[in-house]
Every structure is written in C-alpha cells, then in structure tokens.
Write a protein that binds this ligand. Structure first.
Ligand code: AMP
Ligand code: ZN
Length: 516
C-alpha cells in the first residue's frame, strides 16, 4: 500500500487538510500542557492523547517528530468552573485548600507535576522531546513582554502590562469571535483594569508583589500573564515557524487567539500553520463536574484509594482498571466529536484490551515453540494494519482504527494452531499496531516518572543565551541613559541567581549556585 496522506482538521481554516510540514517529513508541534494544581482528570487526558496520537501517526508514516509540551506551574487568574467557579488563581486556591500537605506553592506544583507524569506514563503516552516548565522561562517571558512594549504592541498601566489587540490584524480570526463576543469572553477573563485601552486587551504581566510566585521585572514585582508562556516556549524550542499547535477546545479563545496575536507581534509574521483542538469529554451524558459527582481523575479509575467513595463500585471492586483500558475507552470517540465517556465504555474497553493481551501472549508462546507450518496470518494482518493506519491518517479516526485492529485480534484468535512463521507475522502486526495505537502493551513501566534528565532549558548553554540576551539589553538601556531599566534587568538576573560583575571590558556573570 502506498503511504496514506495524513489529514487533520485545521481550526484556522475550518477544513480538513493534508498536513504538510515546513521541514520535509518532520512534524514540529506544540501542545498546551496541564496546570499543575490538582490531579489531571480524564478530560485533560483526552486532549493530551490527541497530541500523542498525532505523534504516533506521523511516525507511522515515516516522519520525524519534535513535540514540545509545557507544564503550567505558575498560577493564573482563569476560570475553571469544574473546580473554582468565579475565576480565581487555581494554584493559589489549591494551596489554601491543601496548605498543610505542602510546604509552599513550589512544593505543590512539584507534587502535581510528578503525579501528572506518572499518569502520562501509565496511559502509554510518549514523552515529548521537550517538556518546558513555565517557571523555568520567566526571564524569557519577561524579555518578550519588554520587546512587545518596545515595539508598541503592549503598554503598561498601574496594574500590569497589556497586549493591545488593535495592534495586530486578524485578532479573532482563529475563534471566529466577533468583537462583541470577544468582549463578552474577555469579561469573564477577570482582568478588570480601568487603565486598559481596550477592554479586550489581555494581560502579559501583572504587578503583584503579594502573588505567591513573583519575579522582578522592569516594572517591579509581579508575574506573567497566562498566554505569553506558550508563545515564548513554543518559539524558543521550535523556532518562529512551526507546523502545528494542539489543545482542548476551551483554549481556542482566549488562550490560542492571544498566542497567535503575540506570535505575530514577536515574529512579524504568522508562526503556526495548523491548529488542532480536542472536543470536551462528557461523562455519563453530562459536563464533568465535582458537584455532579461525575468527575474522575485518571488515578480515580486506574488506582483508586480504598476510601475514594466517589469511585464507582465496579471500578473500586477491581482495585482500578488497566490504564490501557482507559486509554482505549478514550479512543472510542474521534477527538473532534462530542464524546460521552461511560462506565460501560470503560468496561467494554477493558474486555477488548484483555483480548489484545491474550492474543499477544499466545503469539509469544507460539514464537517460543516455533512449530513448523505455513504463515497463514501475514496476508490477512497486513491489510488490517493498512486500514488502521488509513483511519488514523483520516483526522485521527480512532473508533475506525481500533475497530480495524480488533479484526486483527479476531484473525489471531481464529487461527487454531499458530506456526512459528504465523507467529512472527502476528508479532510484527502487534508491534506495529501498538506503535500506532499504544493500546496493547505498555511502553514504559507503570507509575515510574520518566528519567529526570536535566531539562534542556536548564542546561548551561540555554541559560547562557538568556543571560547574554538580558545583558545585551542592559547594556543598550545604559547606553540610552535608561538607568532604571538597566537596574531592573540586573535585579531580574539576581532573582535568577546570576551575579553580574561589571568589568572595564564589559559585564561578566556567574551563577551563584552551580546547576548540577
Ligand atoms: P488545564 O490543566 O486546565 O490547563 O487543561 C489541560 C488541557 O486539558 C487543556 O488542553 C484543556 O483544554 C484540556 N481539557 C480540560 N477539560 C477537558 C475536557 N473535559 N475534555 C477535553 N479536554 C479538556
Ligand atoms: Zn498554552
């Protein structure tokens, strides 16, 4: 079979389009990650799974993939009516709620980041090439905000720094929101400031020395707005032109609309070609919500505690379902369609996953025995794999892909006696299908967070670049007689643990504490 064309629905153009990477056969994309203030729920993972399936499909057609997926570990004022109706800082509220468990907000963020990575691995999601944390990129965000002010795309008020949506063309294009709709949505975005030039303008920086996490900026202590982190981390790791951006549908507006505006202002041209958004998951026909009692974290379903009385009995009795069954269940709806997650779907998925696993066990035994006989499976399994791949290339049609894969399991089940040759064909099919769908065998140990490699953004090289850029800015500020700004940049460096020594031949710097 010739390689199928990978097609995805592009929110930007409202069309299902062939994906054409900027670099030949190399898909580079950014995925909005979690805000780490509680255990991730199964809806969050519906969105993360989309990114994983895009990666797997691209790899299956022979492409390289570079995926950047962030961790939002700075608290922001956003609405989340699942947990905190009324628009409060999610992380700050979490610390108030759980204060005794954690020493401070950083401790809370660390705990939920680790838990998130465990769930990620349990659900067999592949690790992104870069997983940057917002807190590790505050200087980069500050630099971008300074640049936006300098280029007239942003302005300061007593309360913060705002992006001027008037300063770019096309604000509202992604969401299709009219100005009135933008206004209504912005109202809910809780940034009320009489100094704003246009109520739609969004915060890039908030002055707030009391905020639990605050950094020094040219305008005093404060913290970055939510949208700037993804623009900055995306462009830092993927450059100012990359292919695709993913996230849940709630992020289309304002988050991604704002990201596009920031990117355009920073790069001077559009940065991202395709936008893929995952429709919200519902549970038992309703919006998931703690008050309705239909709210499940991943760990509620795969490893419930004995006292978790909101966990359904059918799950609690088995001590949790196989995480691959949860993954399989989430794949029973195509990412772009409304999907109603039910316990029935989950238990059916568990039976199907068990069948894959039983088939794999039988195949491995037959490989071991290596009985003589013809390969009566290869010719049947090969077109089944092609159908699976075609379905995935068709805008990630996961229900069709898993149905096709189940036909492969049936073909193995119906073969009474597996010769060594047939077993080799079956093993090859299982491996390729698993690489594409990830529902048969886990690729990493359950519960083990990935190796805690020093993160790319913390490597000395990367740090050097940021520090050098800041020092250059500081020199420029001094040359222009802007001493207050020059001092503020020095303070920012201080806050990052960088000591600056001014020498006759120019500034030198060193890290006050060496990174490991
Ligand atoms: P958050 O941790 O709130 O920043 O959300 C992380 C990701 O989960 C984002 O891409 C959200 O759009 C997505 N998300 C949140 N709720 C759901 C849901 N019910 N179904 C699908 N995706 C969701
Ligand atoms: Zn984002």
């Amino acid at each position: 079979m010739s390689t199928p064309t990978f097609r995805l629905y592009n929110t930007l153009t409202h069309e299902t389009e062939p994906v054409e990477p900027i670099e030949d056969e190399h898909l580079r994309f950014y995925s909005c990650g979690p805000t780490v203030y509680m255990y991730a729920h199964i809806g969050n993972f519906r969105s993360f799974l989309t990114a994983d399936l895009i990666r797997r499909t691209a790899e299956a057609i022979g492409w390289d993939v570079t995926n950047v997926s962030n961790i939002t570990d700075v608290g922001h004022l956003t609405q989340d009516d699942l947990v905190d109706p009324g628009g409060e800082d999610k992380m700050q509220r979490a610390l108030e709620r759980e204060g005794e468990r954690f020493a401070n907000i950083y401790d809370l963020a660390r705990h939920y980041t680790e838990a998130f990575l465990e769930d990620w691995n349990a659900l067999n999601l592949r690790e992104p090439e870069v997983r940057p944390r917002a807190t590790e990129h505050v200087t980069d965000q500050l630099e971008a905000v300074i640049e936006l002010v300098e280029t007239g795309h942003a302005y300061t008020t007593e309360q913060g720094v705002y992006f001027s949506v008037e300063s770019v063309d096309d604000y509202g294009h992604l969401s299709g929101n009219t100005e009135a709709q933008q206004l209504e949505a912005t109202d809910r975005d809780v940034v009320e400031d009489p100094g704003k030039q246009d109520p739609r303008d969004f915060a890039l920086w908030k002055h707030d020395p009391q905020h639990l996490m605050h950094w020094h900026s040219p305008w005093g202590w404060g913290y970055p707005g939510w949208h700037i982190e993804c623009s900055v981390m995306g462009m830092q790791y993927l450059g100012d032109r990359f292919d695709l951006h993913t996230g849940g549908e709630d992020l289309i507006f304002p988050h991604h609309e704002c990201e596009i505006a920031q990117n355009q202002a920073l790069a001077g041209h559009p940065v991202i070609n395709y936008w893929a958004h995952t429709r919200f998951l519902q549970v038992e026909g309703e919006k998931m919500s703690k008050s309705t009692g239909n709210f499940y974290t991943v760990r509620d379903l795969i490893a419930p505690g004995p006292d978790d009385d909101h966990v359904p009995d059918s799950v609690q009795e088995q001590g949790g379902v196989d995480p691959l069954a949860l993954r399989y269940a989430l794949m029973q709806g195509q990412y772009r369609k409304p999907f109603n997650f039910t316990l029935d779907t989950l238990h059916t998925a568990a039976r199907h996953v068990r069948r894959y696993q039983d088939a794999a066990e039988r195949v491995d035994e037959a490989l071991e025995a290596d009985a003589a006989g013809p390969d009566d499976l290869g010719d049947r399994l090969s077109p089944i794999y092609d159908r699976t791949l075609e379905a995935m290339c068709d805008d990630l049609n996961t229900p069709a892909a898993t149905a096709a894969a189940l036909d492969g399991v049936k073909a193995i089940e119906q073969t009474d006696r597996l010769s060594g040759a047939a077993a080799r064909s079956a093993r090859d099919w299982l491996d390729r299908t698993n690489a594409l769908l990830g529902v048969i065998e886990r690729e990493h140990e359950t519960g083990e967070p990935p190796d805690d490699e020093p993160h790319a953004s913390l490597t000395p090289d990367h740090l050097s670049e940021s520090v050098d850029a800041l020092l250059e800015d500081r020199e420029a500020a001094r040359a222009d007689g802007e001493y207050a700004r020059a001092d503020a940049i020095r303070d920012t460096l201080e806050a990052l643990g960088i000591e600056v020594m001014d020498r006759p031949e120019g500034p030198e710097w060193r890290r006050k504490v060496e990174l490991e």
